[in-house]
Design a binder for this molecule. Structure first.
Ligand code: ITT
Length: 196
């Protein structure tokens, strides 16, 4: 069975397709199908937004669609940027601009604790859905380190490995990341669903 990855984020596409291909799951992207729609993320939770994206792309592609909604939640900022991680600081900023703004906003804060969260939603053309979630705890580094990953990875420090996510290989990151954990949970649920 072919699945469409309901995302336009190249970093997510790389990580999710590598995991799904390990399980023999064939994936295509919206771009492969000529779908350019950017689904509006009107939800207030990662779970709500991932389901909005999965359902919209499933309907357009008429294929089962797997969406990821994720973000970085920083304790000292009351959980921000959270569901607004991709839009932190407004439209004009790129990944580097967003993590620089985060470092700026954390200056002088007593705690740098943070976590990444990921919600996966899969919608099937028959109306069935599967959901999964994952989280990973860390701290915000004082300066970016590493060139790997995407988004906030260079400033997300994972104490157990004493490295930022930007310093990990894709395999190392997926073994512990919010997305890797959510995808592991998702693949197990998908296998159960497909065997029913
Ligand atoms: P799609 O909606 O097309 O999937 P998006 O980038 O807009 O792409 P989100 O709304 O879920 O996706 O925003 C997630 C943002 O959170 C992402 O752009 C990064 O800034 C950040 N983020 C999520 N997972 C991350 C990861 O593994 N490493 C670094 N940053 C991450």
């Amino acid at each position: 069975m072919q699945f469409v990855l309901a995302t336009h984020n190249p970093g997510k596409i790389r990580e999710m397709s590598a995991i799904l291909e390990r399980f023999g799951i064939e994936v295509v992207t919206p771009k492969d199908l000529g779908i350019t729609v950017d689904v509006e993320e009107t939800g207030t939770t990662f779970a709500e937004n991932s389901m909005l994206k999965a359902k919209a792309i499933c309907e357009l592609a008429n294929l089962p669609a797997i969406a990821d909604d994720s973000g970085l939640c920083v304790d000292a900022l009351n959980g921000a940027p959270g569901v607004y991680s991709a839009r932190y600081g407004g439209e004009g900023l790129d990944d580097v601009g967003r993590y620089r703004l985060l470092l700026e906003n954390l200056k002088g804060q007593p705690t740098r604790a943070a976590h990444f969260a990921c919600a996966i939603a899969c919608a099937f053309p028959n109306g069935d859905t599967i959901t999964a979630e994952g989280q990973v705890k860390g701290t915000i580094a004082f300066a970016p380190m590493g060139e790997g990953g995407f988004g906030y990875d260079p400033v997300f420090f994972y104490p157990e490995l004493a490295k930022t996510f930007g310093q990990l290989t894709q395999e190392e990151k997926s073994a512990i990341s919010h997305r890797g954990r959510a995808m592991e949970d998702f693949v197990a649920k998908l296998e159960t669903y497909l065997n029913q």
